[in-house]
Design a protein around this ligand. Structure first.
Ligand code: G4P
Length: 534
């Protein structure tokens, strides 16, 4: 293994999977890990999929150390490439975790159920990817079941996501008749074989070359005719794959398959290896100057995109998930925040599939876990010099706001402390209204309140009550001229609040009201995203 960060970065692909629940994300993850040689994992991932379905189980698992941490990032090798798969939490709701995880990914796989196409959460997650300009590879799953017409599916992606679709393969029917797929680039046919019960391998047979004796051998005449006709239409009528358009987020290469039947997965992985972007240049301020940090840069730098805290309630430990942006990280290095706080990383965790392992070295695109007893925050930039500050780790405006009170009024101070700690960790967003006593907490999804409630009880011994708040939307505000901002804050006192960093936030009673106030105050910017500079 070369130790040169540029060479190592070039063979890394750090990606996340986005999908609507039940489209097959867990099953695809399992299949990818199988391809990466982590066969013993198959059961473990599936079991987690099951547990996830009941909220309480999920939280229990989340608390039992290990599982959630080790499954948050999985690293595997295939065909000379190193893949870092970042797990975006897969429950019905999403939390900011999902969003933040996407800030650490260089690309994403969008999994669609072939019978359902684009579903609401696919769309929402897609919008986040677009915000970050993350290239998307599409995997149309469950081709072993009756699927929608592939042209209709591609058309839906095109119209709903405003993105060109370039099929890389073309399916031969679906469901019971599913026979395989044609490689639209090499014109070879990849036959589908149903796996025997309990069989662990992949369902791909030898590729059949056009003109060879075995081409489409065993495929019924009607499926064969249908394939030839539709594949030709697809070739002539649909966009061709264009690397630049893909990397810029205007086009998605489309793969077909069945995660459950282990078909099409190796092709997807080969596509990721060949076309998905390696670790990107990352916008930053270095020594006060705006620049882009290249992965091949010698100095180790990166940012914390997630913090998992209190996995063991007795120890109050925290693990910061640090995505490396440049340099060759070696165990024992000291990394500093921009504020000058140093962390000697003598026991970094690396996530080789299911096992937590101590990492000796890591490269751009990799994610290591940095254990610490507090002090690390989501969005922190760390580097050897402490002079690199990455930009663009956003906080999203919560979609649900509630007032929070503690049952025992003597514990008011406690409540504030606990909420601030959980706020720093990104479990919730905490707003302190300028007038009035009760804190307002915000979440991107309703499940976040359950998590908050559970954790307040378990870790801080606090019984809290969430009440409907008069507010329905929060916006971070800013203005070019300080005076404009102050004038607005002054006249809007009753609806002003501060977030955990003390930044001003306007709480609106409805989205409509925010729009109205925005129109009336053109010099003030209202932002649904707060970009943390450091
Ligand atoms: P998710 O993580 O996106 O929520 O989806 P998950 O992988 O858990 O898959 C949801 C359901 O779809 C599961 O069935 C899974 O077995 C099934 N599935 C996934 N990929 C395929 C595929 O390629 N073909 C077919 N036919 N089914 C697929 P389940 O019955 O809900 O769960 P289980 O009891 O089978 O685990």
């Amino acid at each position: 293994m070369s130790a040169d960060p540029a060479t190592e970065a070039a063979r890394r692909r750090t990606f996340a999977i986005i999908s609507h629940p039940d489209a097959g994300k867990t099953t695809l993850t399992e299949s990818l890990l199988l391809a990466g040689g982590a066969i013993h994992l198959a059961g473990a991932v599936a079991a987690r999929g099951q547990a996830r379905r009941t909220k309480s189980d999920w939280m229990k698992i989340e608390r039992e150390r290990g599982i959630s941490v080790s499954s948050s990032v999985m690293m595997f090798e295939h065909d000379g490439m190193v893949f870092n798969l970042l797990d975006t939490p897969g429950h019905e709701d999403f939390s900011e975790d999902t969003y933040r995880t996407l800030t650490a990914a260089d690309s994403a796989i969008m999994v669609l159920d072939a019978a359902k196409g684009i579903e609401p959460q696919t769309l929402k997650l897609f919008e986040v990817c677009r915000l970050r300009d993350i290239p998307i590879t599409t995997f149309i799953n469950k081709m072993d079941r009756e699927a929608q017409d592939p042209f209709a599916l591609l058309d839906e992606i095109h119209s709903k996501l405003a993105m060109d679709t370039a099929p890389m393969y073309w399916p031969a029917a679906s469901g019971q008749r599913f026979a395989g797929m044609l490689d639209l680039i090499t014109d070879e046919f990849v036959p589908f074989r149903r796996l025997e019960a309990g069989e662990q391998g992949f369902a791909n047979e030898e590729r059949q070359k056009r003109g060879g004796n075995d081409f489409l051998l065993g495929v019924t005449d009607d499926v064969r005719a249908e394939l030839e006709e539709t594949a030709e239409l697809a070739r002539d009528g649909l966009p061709k794959f264009d690397l630049q358009a893909f990397r810029e987020g205007h086009l998605t290469p489309v793969y077909f398959g069945s995660a459950l039947r282990r078909f099409g997965v190796l092709e997807l992985l080969a596509g990721l290896g060949a076309y998905a972007p390696p670790p990107r240049m990352q916008k930053a301020v270095v020594k006060g100057a705006q620049t882009e940090v290249e992965p091949g840069r010698n100095e180790v730098s990166g940012f914390v995109f997630k913090i998992q805290a209190n996995m063991d309630p007795k120890h109050r430990d925290r693990v910061g998930f640090f995505r490396i942006s440049s340099g060759r990280f070696q165990r024992g290095m000291t990394l500093k925040t921009a504020a000058g706080k140093g962390f000697n990383v003598h026991a970094p965790l690396m996530f080789m599939a299911q096992e937590r392992e101590i990492a000796d070295e890591a490269f751009p695109g990799d994610v290591i876990g940095i254990p610490s007893h507090g002090g690390l925050r989501v969005g922190d930039s760390l580097s050897q010099s402490g002079e690199v500050v990455f930009q663009g780790i956003p906080n999203f405006a919560p979609e649900i706001l509630k007032r929070v009170r503690v049952k025992d009024p003597l514990k008011q101070k406690h409540l504030r402390k606990a909420l601030e700690a959980l706020g720093e960790e990104g479990v919730t967003q905490v707003f302190k209204p300028v007038q009035g006593g009760d804190l307002v907490v915000g979440a991107v999804g309703a499940l976040q309140f359950d998590v908050l409630d559970e954790r307040m009880k378990a870790e801080y011994g606090l019984e809290v009550i969430f009440e409907t708040s008069p507010y329905q939307a929060a916006r971070w505000i800013s203005a070019d001229a300080r005076a404009d901002l102050e004038a607005f804050v002054d006249k809007s006192q009753s609806q002003m609040a501060e977030d955990v960093d003390g930044s001003p936030v306007y709480l609106g009673k409805s989205a409509w009201e925010i729009g109205y106030v925005q129109d009336k105050n053109p010099k003030v910017r209202f932002s649904a995203v707060k970009e943390r500079a450091a």
